[in-house]
Ligand binder design. Structure first.
Ligand SMILES: C[S@@+](CC[C@H](N)C(=O)[O-])C[C@H]1O[C@@H](n2cnc3c(N)ncnc32)[C@H](O)[C@@H]1O
Length: 316
């Protein structure tokens, strides 16, 4: 293994260890209630954590309160399907990676069991008066969420992590984009092509496409790359900078993390960090590697040595 690959592995192992430590603060609370995904979910969580760290640093230097909004927040605890390892959910990650505490956190999920568990987990790590969890479909509570964000007089980092496309109607993005702040969206790049194909023969899926895009811009696309590009162009109507990062599993894109921000006068240097640091680290990595790094962080701590440049030098 080259030194740069080893350093790269160390970066992921360091974050896998951090995720484990965060998870251990809350994993005794209703451990049976989790969201279940493959190991690639850890790469997504690293994106949330990375931006939470950067976002809170910027806001702290501007003395503006930071608000975190998690649309489709899940339960706060994730189980990896293949081996039952536990990871913290997105809200817990955003909270724990923040370099300065959020003034307020707002979560939404339509599954009552999950919001109940999240409430208990959040109460462990935050003052009860400093967060609000909505149980309901985001379509039904989006106006309340936006009103609460505005009432807090801060700037938000909003993560939208839908189930497929449930929770990602254009209307939701449009409304939340009226609040000041950055928005990170999990975009199901492979599945949009499937829905598009079904829309040709099925009115229900045509309506679904209309709801996702908010107009007919998706019609006559010839590939999912083109559908994604058109969706990104649509997002740009509300945030001029949209940066896309691929999450890869088994050599295929499983989803894209789309970071939507406003261009600033100084050229948005923090967004370059997303592109130049995080994207470069995460994008070329297959979730198969992530599985290995999680194994090392969770069970075989001693194997860390295998990846350190000094250990390699000594074995040459
Ligand atoms: C991908 S999971 C969220 C995982 C979580 N963000 C994390 O990383 O830990 C999607 C969640 O969306 C919720 N959901 C699905 N449709 C929804 C809707 N219309 N409104 C609110 N929540 C929804 C599901 O109950 C599920 O927990």
């Amino acid at each position: 293994m080259s030194t740069s690959t080893a350093q790269n592995s160390n970066w992921f192992i360091k974050h896998a260890k951090k995720l484990k430590e965060i998870m251990e603060q809350i994993n005794d609370i209703r451990p049976e209630i989790t969201n279940e995904y493959r190991a690639h979910t850890a790469l997504k969580l690293m994106c949330v954590g990375y931006w939470s760290d950067i976002f809170t640093t910027i806001l702290h230097s501007s003395r503006i309160p930071a608000i975190y909004v998690d649309i489709c927040s899940g339960s706060g605890l994730t189980k990896i399907k293949d081996d039952s390892k536990l990871l913290p959910g997105s809200t817990i990650v955003a909270e724990s990676y923040a370099s300065y505490p959020y003034k307020f956190i707002i979560c939404v999920d339509c599954d009552k069991t999950k919001t109940n568990a999240l409430e208990m987990r959040m109460s462990r790590i935050r003052n009860k008066n400093s967060f609000k969890i909505f149980n309901g479909k985001i379509e039904e509570v989006i106006d309340d969420v936006c009103a609460l964000v505005k009432q807090k007089h801060g700037i938000m980092f909003c993560f939208i992590d839908p189930e497929g496309f449930n929770g990602l109607d254009w209307d939701i993005y449009y409304k939340i984009s009226k609040c000041r702040g950055d928005i990170l969206i999990t975009w199901d790049h492979p599945d949009i092509w499937r829905v598009f194909h079904k829309s040709i023969i099925d009115k229900g899926n045509e309506l679904r496409m209309m709801n996702i895009f908010g107009n007919s811009i998706w019609k006559n696309a010839i590939s999912n790359d083109e559908l994604t590009e058109r969706y990104i162009n649509r997002l740009r109507e509300r945030r001029d900078l949209v940066k896309s990062l691929d999450i890869i599993d088994e050599n295929k894109i499983v989803y894209k993390e789309l970071l939507c921000v406003r261009k600033t006068k100084d050229g948005s240097p923090w967004v370059s960090a997303y592109e130049n640091n995080l994207k470069k680290q995460v994008e070329k990595k297959d979730a198969e590697l992530m599985k290995m790094w999680l194994d090392i962080a969770y069970e075989k701590q001693s194997q860390l040595d295998r990846f350190s440049p000094s250990a390699q030098a000594s074995t040459r």
